[in-house]
Write a protein that binds this ligand. Structure first.
Ligand SMILES: Cc1cc2nc3c(=O)[nH]c(=O)nc-3n(C[C@H](O)[C@H](O)[C@H](O)COP(=O)(O)OP(=O)(O)OC[C@H]3O[C@@H](n4cnc5c(N)ncnc54)[C@H](O)[C@@H]3O)c2cc1C
Length: 378
C-alpha cells in the first residue's frame, strides 16, 4: 500500500507515479491482453485513497485540487489507460455528482463506500440511438407507490458490470425532450438490472464497457438525484468535470507514447524520426497547457467549460497523433501484440469518442465563443 501524500509528505503526482510504477506498469500488458483489471489492483487503488480524491472529508473523502486530480490521472494513464479511465469515471461522473447534487442523506449513504472503493461508480447516459444527442434517450421511468420504475437499456457504459452504484438517466416521456429527463441512483444488482453484453474493445481494454438492461427496476423515492426533470443538467455538469479528467488520461497516453518514441529515436536518430519526435513534443506541450488551464480555472471556481472542451479535444487528438507517429518510428515491431506502441495507439483512439466526441466539443466551443461575453483573444 502507498501512503497517501498527506502522510508521506510526497505530492499526489509523485505518489501516483510511484504507485503506478510498482502496481500498474508491470501488469499493463496483461490488463490489455486479458481485458481485465485484477480486483486486487482496484483494492490497492482504494487503499492508496485514489478513489476518495476530491470527495467531501465528512464522508471519507480527501481534499485535492483539480490540478492534483489531473496529475494523478495522467500518471496512472501513462502506465495503463484502462486503470486511469476506470478511476476517472468512478470519481468524475458518479461520486462527484452525488457530492454535488445529492441530498445530505444520499451523500451519507453512498459517498463513504465510494470513497473507500468498496463500491465503484458508473454513469449511464448513452443508449442505442442516443449518444451525442442526449435529449433523445428512450429509457423511461414511471412513478409508483414506493418511488419509481425504470424500463429501457443503456449501451457503452464503463465500469457498469461490477459497479456498486450507477447514476442512470431516464425520461418520464420522450416527448418532453430534455425537460423530461431525471437522474437516478441505482445500486448494482438491483432486481431487473442486468448486463446484456460486454464489449470486446479495440482499446482501453480492461476498462469494462457493457450494455445494460433495466427491466422494471424498482427504486425508492430517495433514488432521485437532483430535482425531477433536472437530469440533463446533472449529466452535462458531470460531463464538464469528467472532460477534464478524460483529457488528463489522454495526456498520460500522449506522454507515454512520446517517451516510447523518444527511446526509439535515441537508438536510431535519423532525420525523419527526429522530425516526428519534435512534432510530437509540440503536440504534447499544447495539450498539457490546455489541461493545466482547465484545472486552474476549475480550482479558481470560475467557469471552465471552454478549457475543459478545448483540453479534451486537443489532448485526445495529441494522444492519437503521437501514438500513431510512435508506430511509424517503432517500425514493424510496433505492430506486434504486447509492444507498447500498438497498445498506446489503440488506447488513444478511444479518447476522441468518450465523454463527448471531438465534434461535440467543437460545437460546445463554438456556442460559447459566439456568446456576447465570449472569451477574449488577447
Ligand atoms: C470505451 C467507451 C466508453 C464509454 N463509456 C460511457 C459511459 O460510461 N457512460 C455513457 O453514458 N456513455 C459512455 N460511452 C458512450 C460515448 O459517450 C458515446 O459513444 C459518445 O457520446 C458518442 O455517441 P454515439 O456513439 O451514439 O455516436 P453518435 O452520437 O451517433 O455520433 C456518431 C458520429 O457523429 C458525430 N456527430 C453526432 N452529432 C453531431 C453533430 N450534431 N454535429 C457534428 N457531428 C456530430 C459524432 O461526433 C460522431 O463522430 C462510452 C463510449 C466508449 C467508446
Amino acid at each position: 500500500m502507498t501512503s497517501p501524500p498527506e502522510e508521506s509528505g510526497a505530492g499526489w503526482r509523485a505518489t501516483a507515479r510511484a504507485w503506478a510504477d510498482r502496481e500498474v506498469r508491470p501488469r499493463a500488458v496483461a490488463i490489455d491482453r486479458d481485458d481485465r483489471i485484477p480486483p486486487e489492483l482496484i483494492r490497492s487503488l482504494a487503499a492508496s485513497q485514489f478513489t476518495a480524491m476530491g470527495l467531501p472529508r465528512e464522508h471519507g473523502g480527501v481534499s485535492v485540487s483539480s490540478a492534483d486530480l489531473c496529475a494523478v490521472l495522467e500518471e496512472l494513464a501513462a502506465a495503463s489507460a484502462a486503470v486511469a479511465v476506470t478511476l476517472a469515471v468512478h470519481l468524475s461522473v458518479c461520486a462527484a455528482p452525488v457530492a454535488r447534487w445529492g441530498t445530505s442523506d444520499q451523500q451519507a449513504r453512498w459517498l463513504p463506500s465510494l470513497a473507500r472503493g468498496e463500491r465503484i461508480g458508473a454513469f449511464g447516459l448513452t443508449e442505442p440511438g442516443a449518444g451525442s444527442d442526449t435529449a433523445a434517450l428512450r429509457t423511461r421511468y414511471d412513478r409508483s407507490t414506493e418511488g419509481f420504475v425504470l424500463q429501457g437499456s443503456k449501451t457503452f457504459i464503463s465500469n457498469a458490470a461490477t459497479a456498486g452504484l450507477l447514476v442512470i438517466f431516464a425520461t418520464r416521456d420522450p416527448a418532453l425532450g430534455s425537460k423530461g429527463i431525471s437522474a437516478f441512483l441505482v445500486p448494482g444488482g438491483t432486481p431487473g438490472f442486468s448486463v446484456s453484453q460486454r464489449f470486446d474493445k479495440l482499446g482501453l481494454r480492461g476498462s469494462e464497457t457493457v450494455e445494460l438492461r433495466l427491466d422494471g427496476v424498482r427504486l425508492p423515492t430517495n433514488a432521485l438525484l437532483g430535482a425531477e426533470g433536472a437530469g440533463l443538467q446533472v449529466a452535462l455538469g458531470a460531463l464538464e468535470g469528467g472532460r477534464v479528467g478524460i483529457a488528463s488520461c489522454a495526456l498520460g497516453v500522449a506522454r507515454a507514447a512520446f517517451e516510447t518514441m523518444r527511446e526509439a529515436v535515441r537508438a536510431d536518430p535519423i532525420d525523419w524520426k527526429r522530425t516526428l519526435l519534435a512534432r510530437a513534443w509540440v503536440e504534447l506541450a499544447a495539450a498539457r497547457t490546455l489541461v493545466d488551464d482547465a484545472a486552474r480555472q476549475r480550482d479558481a471556481g470560475v467557469p471552465f467549460a471552454i478549457p475543459a472542451s478545448a483540453a479534451k479535444l486537443v489532448a485526445s487528438r495529441a494522444a492519437v497523433s503521437i501514438a500513431s507517429a510512435g508506430v511509424d518510428v517503432a517500425g514493424p515491431e510496433g505492430t506486434l501484440a504486447g509492444q507498447p506502441a500498438g497498445r498506446l495507439l489503440r488506447d488513444a483512439r478511444v479518447f476522441p469518442i468518450v465523454e463527448g466526441t471531438t465534434e461535440i466539443q467543437e460545437l460546445i466551443l463554438a456556442r460559447r465563443l459566439l456568446e456576447a461575453d465570449g472569451p477574449r483573444t488577447a
